[in-house]
Design a protein around this ligand. Structure first.
Ligand SMILES: [Zn+2]
Length: 212
């Protein structure tokens, strides 16, 4: 894998290629952004939503974090990064859709399942453990049915995490209000790294199926 200095060669290609080719687009973007879609995805280096969805700059407003999670609406002290990004996207940019995109082989979901980091000090896994403990409730039935190791259990956890985030999104009063009014759509998705297939959640059945 490349170092950042080596990636500067990629930047040179960008400046000579895409930046020049899309010059008109970039000059429009310099005036401001108006994406229609917000994507919440994992920080995992393999699941870049812009790459997977093949979109141009300015098209998706993205938040990435461990396991692509949205915490519930909380007004407790602390810095709420996801809440800030969501508020900006929905209330100021007025995006029309928020997509939660989970993925296969997710280390965050795996840790939620095994609870291996549980009880670790901050800086030693404690931040991750506390972040993913929002999956504790859905973990229980999965661990009881499939155990805590292996792809069946992991995939069940990864899919369940998308649903938890959608549920938590609906605890944000303005999200709930806009969804009810038909001004905002919430979507669940899952990118299976092993075969590169994007799955979409049908919330009425609770099933994920390959995107057509
Ligand atoms: Zn992940």
């Amino acid at each position: 894998m490349k170092t950042f200095d080596e990636m500067i060669e990629g930047y040179a290609r960008f400046r000579a290629g895409d930046w020049k080719k899309q010059h008109e687009r970039w000059s429009q973007l310099a005036e401001g952004q108006s994406p229609q879609v917000m994507v919440i995805s994992c920080s995992d280096s393999r699941v870049d939503p812009a790459q997977i969805l093949d979109v141009d700059p300015g098209e998706i407003f993205v938040v990435r974090n461990v396991a692509a999670l949205v915490p519930p609406y909380e007004t407790t002290p602390g810095r709420h990064g996801v809440s800030a990004a969501l508020e900006f996207a929905v209330q100021f940019l007025k995006v029309r859709e928020v997509v939660v995109m989970g993925h296969g082989m997710c280390g965050g979901c795996q840790a939620a399942l095994t609870q291996d980091l549980h009880g670790n000090d901050m800086g030693e896994g404690g931040f991750v453990a506390h972040w993913i403990d929002m999956l504790d409730e859905v973990r229980e039935p999965i661990a009881a049915e499939h155990g805590t190791k292996g792809r069946t259990a992991e995939r069940a956890m990864e899919l369940a995490a998308v649903k938890v985030s959608l549920e938590n999104l609906r605890t944000f009063p303005y999200v709930e209000a806009k969804e009810t009014a038909g001004d905002l759509k919430l979507r669940g998705a899952y990118f299976a790294i092993s075969d590169g297939v994007l799955h979409l959640l049908d919330e009425s059945s609770g099933e994920f199926a390959p995107a057509q």
